[in-house]
Design a protein. Structure first.
Length: 217
């Protein structure tokens, strides 16, 4: 049985250890997200550990397999893009929030491309739980569309799932190369299609002048 003196000491020493481990895990996920987004081939786990400033043993303590790391990165990316809908609506008019959110969705898809082989294998084997990705994306998109319809700046007669399909078509058509300028132009066309008749053709974002062109993502 622990002595009265030893128990508080163990608790005190446990907290910084847990905090340090949590920071290491968060850093590994952040580095892995950036690495997968930029990857053109197989990603080295040793490289991720090195860039995160930890040893490969630390990486494996948090993520025993490549699938475990990929699943954590995928979940973090999906959480960010879905939660971003309400955050953007707090900051921008609905049509501007929608265009900003599309850029975040595009970044999510780009990161997913670096993990797609591992994700597919993990989903097929059951080692990675199949996410309700499309449902969550469509729900976030529907929130922005509903806000825009109420404000009169976005069409009220569109199905959010149809818009999700349009966006996936854009991303698939530009997936062969990093044609971000073309992706931006195509997303602008999607915004145009979602505007009520007679509305301006471009949203004004950030410091853009009214009616000015939108910077490429």
């Amino acid at each position: 049985m622990s002595s009265p003196e030893s128990t508080p000491t163990a608790a005190r020493t446990g907290r910084p250890v847990r905090a340090h481990a949590r920071r290491n895990r968060e850093t590994l996920i952040a580095v892995a997200r950036a690495t997968f987004a930029a990857a053109e081939g197989t990603v080295s786990l040793e490289g991720i550990a090195r860039d995160a400033g930890v040893g490969i043993g630390t990486l494996y303590r948090h993520f025993p397999t490549r699938e475990a790391l990929v699943e954590a990165v995928y979940a973090a990316e999906l959480d960010d893009v879905t939660a971003g809908a309400s955050t953007l609506l707090d900051e921008f008019p609905p049509e501007v929030a929608l265009r900003e959110w599309m850029d975040r969705y595009a970044a999510f898809v780009a990161t997913k491309r670096g993990m797609v082989d591992t994700l597919r294998a993990g989903w097929a084997s059951g080692r990675i739980a199949t996410p309700t990705t499309r449902e969550r994306i469509t729900a976030a998109l529907g929130m922005i569309l509903a806000s825009g319809a109420q404000a009169g700046t976005l069409r009220a007669d569109v199905d959010p799932d149809d818009v999700t399909a349009m966006l996936l078509g854009v991303f698939l058509s530009t997936a062969a190369s990093d044609r971000w300028e073309q992706t931006g132009r195509l997303l602008d066309l999607v915004i145009d299609a979602l505007r009520p008749s007679g509305a301006p053709t471009r949203p004004c974002r950030g410091g853009d002048a009214a009616g000015g062109s939108r910077p490429s993502p």
